[in-house]
Design a protein around this ligand. Structure first.
Ligand code: PSV
Ligand code: MN
Length: 398
């Protein structure tokens, strides 16, 4: 593999050792669409099983030591988060970002922290404050916020009033966070709201994060953009403003499809990662970003899809690290657009898989994690244990 000037195999490997990807607990459970769930015999049925499956992804890839959790889904009422954190450690993983859930209860029909009703807003806020305490108790430093708040029809509510309510809520939560905790604010253009969403794009997330306090950043979920959006442009802006907090990786064809990263547009993934690598090269240090996956695989087997995702992210990160910055600078200085573009394409088209296989072998990991996981027989084993506990039908999406 041809390395650009200034890059060595050791440097590449060292950067890779620090490229860790968090997987989501909800990616291991049965999920579906709003038309129904398709149950998989091997999909996790409890939080412990989700953690065990996430531990498999870490075991074979070596780069997924943490698991994001969704408070209501993973800490049912009365469960002790510390017990779960201890279970995770025993399985070889740790709890990562804490995601409050202020979208599934009936009271949130017209929104959570943007709801007109102060009682509903209070309930949502109390849940978020409780999530801060959970994070504190188990040593998690990331509070990851996504709101389903919005309206379905013009005139339904005052957009400006809702903005003020969101601002006040985020500030209160930020004030309650311990000094080492980061708040990640996610945006999404539509769904479930179809007319306006209270945090619809990166600009709104940026403004809310600024109002919330110094430890709030924007979270870019790659699936949360309208068609044609230039995501790497957003990423570059947020990096320059020091307001990028991290990612929810997934791919999309139409809307928030939750498809495996790189399955639709691998070049886009490369371009996004290149913006990070370019900024790090200029600064001489890593950007403090949370790389997380947010995918629910309805049709693919869950653990395999997660391993495939992680390997794809690694591949494209390696490609981004191969961009010849000096050649790019020279092409830009000469306004040579063709060579500038080709400098990116050369890196993108490099086959980095043999290097990654060697890198893994040196770290006592399987050269081909997906094949090794398949050979382990884990899926058949857990399917035998879990299938009998599943309902007969997937029913409606819950
Ligand atoms: C919403 O679509 C989202 O991207 C948020 O990150 C949620 O927390 C996650 O999906 C799971 O519903
Ligand atoms: Mn997301």
């Amino acid at each position: 593999m041809r390395l650009p000037a200034g890059m060595t195999e050791d440097k590449l490997a060292a950067r890779f050792d620090r490229f860790q990807i968090e997987t989501p607990s909800w990616g291991y459970a049965d999920t579906g669409t709003r038309f129904g769930k398709f149950l998989q015999d091997a999909a996790a049925t409890t939080t412990t099983e989700k953690l065990a499956d996430a531990a498999q992804v870490h075991k074979y890839t070596g780069c997924c030591p943490t698991v994001a959790v969704h408070v209501l889904w993973d800490f049912p009422d009365g469960s002790d988060p510390k017990t779960l954190a201890a279970e995770a450690e025993k399985l070889g993983v740790r709890i990562g970002a804490i995601n409050p859930n202020v979208f599934q209860d009936q009271c949130y029909k017209f929104g959570s922290v943007c709801n007109r009703d102060p009682e509903v807003r209070r309930r949502a806020l109390d849940h978020m404050l409780q999530s801060v305490r959970i994070a504190e108790a188990i040593g998690s430093n990331a509070l990851s916020l996504w709101f389903a708040d919005g309206t379905n029809y013009p005139g339904q509510d005052s957009i400006r009033d809702r903005k003020k309510r969101m601002t006040a809520a985020l500030r209160e939560v930020h004030d309650a966070m311990p000094p080492e905790m980061m708040m990640l604010v996610e945006y999404k253009p539509f769904e479930p709201a179809f007319y306006h969403t209270d945090i619809a794009d990166w600009g709104m997330a940026y403004v809310f994060a600024k109002y919330a306090g110094p430890r709030a950043r924007v979270l870019v979920d790659t699936g949360h953009h309208l068609p044609g959006c230039n995501i790497e442009h957003i990423v570059a802006y947020l990096i320059d403003e020091q307001m990028l907090g991290g990612f929810h990786f997934n791919d999309r064809k139409y809307a928030d499809d939750d498809l495996t990263i790189g399955s639709m547009d691998p070049y886009q993934l490369f371009r996004i990662l290149y913006e990070i690598v370019a900024a790090e090269a200029e600064r001489g240090e890593d950007l403090p970003l949370a790389y997380m996956v947010d995918q629910s695989h309805n049709l693919k087997p869950k653990i395999e899809a997660m391993i495939q995702t992680v390997l794809t992210a690694q591949e494209h990160f390696a490609k981004a690290l191969l961009v010849d910055h000096a050649a790019l600078q020279a092409a830009r200085a000469a306004d040579d657009i063709v060579i500038a573009e080709n400098t990116l394409r050369d890196a993108f088209q490099t086959d980095v898989r043999p290097w990654l296989a060697e890198y893994r072998k040196q770290r006592n990991l399987p050269a081909d994690p997906l094949a090794a996981f398949r050979e382990s027989g884990y899926v058949a084993r857990v399917a035998g244990e879990r299938a009998s506990r599943k309902p007969k039908s997937g029913g409606a999406y819950a």
